[in-house]
Design a protein around this ligand. Structure first.
Ligand SMILES: Nc1ncnc2c1ncn2[C@@H]1O[C@H](COP(=O)(O)OP(=O)(O)OP(=O)(O)O)[C@@H](O)[C@H]1O
Ligand SMILES: [Mg+2]
Length: 300
């Protein structure tokens, strides 16, 4: 089965900046691919190429089997895009925004009204549905923007940092909606800087750094690359330190003894299994913050 989203050797330059430097990606039908990367990694650029908004300098990108450069109109029938910045009309209410977009998408009027109501409910906007979007909070606009992108039940959904700026509860709501649309057969590519988000939602995770995929796999595979665990120590003065460990009892004993021998009394300790944060720090070590060296202090 051909993947729903595929890129082969994608390149994009802005002057001297090689923003995409040969990106190969694939997402199978009905799965979530998370594109994880720091500011400036090229995430939005890649999404814009896939969404036919930006022409790559070289390479190919296919959505639903359609080449986004040669068959952009066809590709556009397959996907919806929710960009990094909310694109809703301030001078309409939430409900009006949804109904307007339903009309523009040629949904029958009754279907559009029903879909709008369903989505307002699903995104916790039912109470605010008849208020002007001008009066919405940032998180509410974001949720409305996402609701708009789901009106037509697209087969492929691009979400560029969908939960940036959302409070934990709204983030949870959004995760539930993503899981729903995927259970309904959609394929989702989402970009995120939240490692827990990739962990929670994605079947596969691609780590993008300076225009290159530096790692790709399941969250579990990526975590394994970092090693099994850290020993997290809280010292008597309340500071916290993390030491890489193989997780065995002798290793833990050795590390504790070393720390105490260095004159740092340990108040509490725990074994911390790797997070995607650790994966990211390890893979991009040096550029964005070195791999945690022994006894590096971390914020508690
Ligand atoms: N139109 C443009 N002209 C020049 N440089 C650009 C343009 N668009 C993006 N860039 C540069 O390309 C790089 C990647 O930008 P991009 O927006 O794709 O990053 P990102 O991973 O989405 O970052 P963020 O997490 O901040 O959204 C950045 O260095 C950015 O400055
Ligand atoms: Mg971006």
């Amino acid at each position: 089965m051909a993947p729903m989203i595929a890129t082969h050797g994608l390149h994009k330059r802005y002057g001297a900046t090689h923003v995409l430097a040969g990106v190969d990606l694939a997402a199978d039908d009905g799965t979530v691919l998370a594109l994880l990367g720091p500011n400036g990694a090229g995430k939005t650029t890649l999404v814009n190429v896939l969404a036919t908004l930006l022409r790559p300098d070289a390479g190919r990108a296919l959505v639903g089997g359609y080449d986004v450069v040669r068959e952009p109109q066809r590709a556009r029938t397959v996907f919806s895009l929710t960009g990094q910045y909310a694109a809703v009309d301030d001078l309409l209410t939430g409900r009006e925004n949804l109904r307007l977009m339903a009309r523009l998408a040629h949904l029958p009027a009754a279907t559009g009204r029903r879909r709008a109501d369903e989505l307002l409910d699903a995104f916790g906007l039912a109470d605010a549905a008849d208020r002007l979007v001008r009066t919405y909070s940032g998180g509410m606009r974001r949720r409305l923007d996402l609701a708009v992108s789901l009106l037509t039940r697209p087969r492929v959904i691009f979400l560029d940092e969908p939960t940036t700026g959302l409070d934990p509860r709204s983030r949870g709501d959004l995760w539930a909606v993503v899981r729903d649309v995927v259970a309904g057969g959609a394929t989702v590519l989402l970009t995120t800087q939240y490692l827990e988000e990739a962990d929670a939602l994605a079947d596969r995770v691609a780590v993008l750094d300076r225009g290159t995929v530096i790692a790709e796999g399941t969250a579990a595979e990526l975590k394994r690359r970092v090693g099994p665990a850290h020993l997290e120590l809280e010292l008597a003065d309340g500071s916290v330190r993390r030491l890489p460990t193989d997780g065995s009892v002798p290793d833990a004993r050795r590390l504790l003894a070393e720390v105490e021998a260095a004159g740092l009394p340990v108040a509490h300790w725990r074994l911390a299994t790797p997070t995607l944060d650790d994966v990211f720090l390890t893979l991009t070590g040096g550029a964005h913050g070195a791999t945690a060296p022994a006894l590096e202090e971390v914020p508690a």
